[in-house]
Design a protein around this ligand. Sequence first.
Ligand code: BG6
Ligand code: MG
Length: 230
Amino acid sequence: MATDRFSFSAVIFDLDGVITDTSEFHYLAWKRLADELGIDFGRADNDRLRGVSRVRSLEIIFEIGNREMPEKAEAEKLAAKKNEWYKEYLSGMSPNDLLPGARRVIETVRAAGVKTALGSASKNAPTVLKRLKITDLFDATVDGNDVGKAKPDPEVFLLGAQKLGVDPSLCVVAEDAGAGIEAAIRARMFALGIGTADGVEKAELIVPGLGDLELEELETRFKAWRGGRS
Ligand code: BG6
Ligand code: MG
């Protein structure tokens, strides 16, 4: 059901890069692992890890180093090591780490009767939400612990819509990663792109950050998009 103010019924937010910026922490933790492995991994490579799962990130690092991916048990050990370092960085997070506009957008759509969900690839998402003190701002949470198939598979967003009881065609997805935009498109949802990563140009509407989002413009674009589909 549409609300009085908006034609969409739900917004599903990605976490990293949309609500908060943990990509630097991911980078520092992966960099430490890459250094240990003797793989030359730099900041310029980090965009490739945006939105992709932990295991896929490790594969990409081995690809960058032109090295063969180790067998499963060893790969899991390496990924777990990186995650311990990553969690150390997370422990320093607070509500000050919310990106500009994130709280305003989430609270404004909720006040208008729109449902909100989190749709993140991260298994650490519940910890990050707690640190940011925004767990209560979501009617449903879907994260890396709930899904078997990583973005660009649409599973994470379809499960979010299902948990909210909203038809996918009435959902907006806010995403900063190309893989996430692809997942939103495959879920047949309206893709709101954040930033400039590869693949974000396929979104229906693009803004540099949630702080730049005009909700009336989102409403206009959503209505046109939905009208064009029926
Ligand atoms: C995504 C990040 O949100 O979560 C990726 O953009 C990350 O960079 C992925 O690899 C998985 O995160 P985690 O916390 O489960 O290792
Ligand atoms: Mg992201």
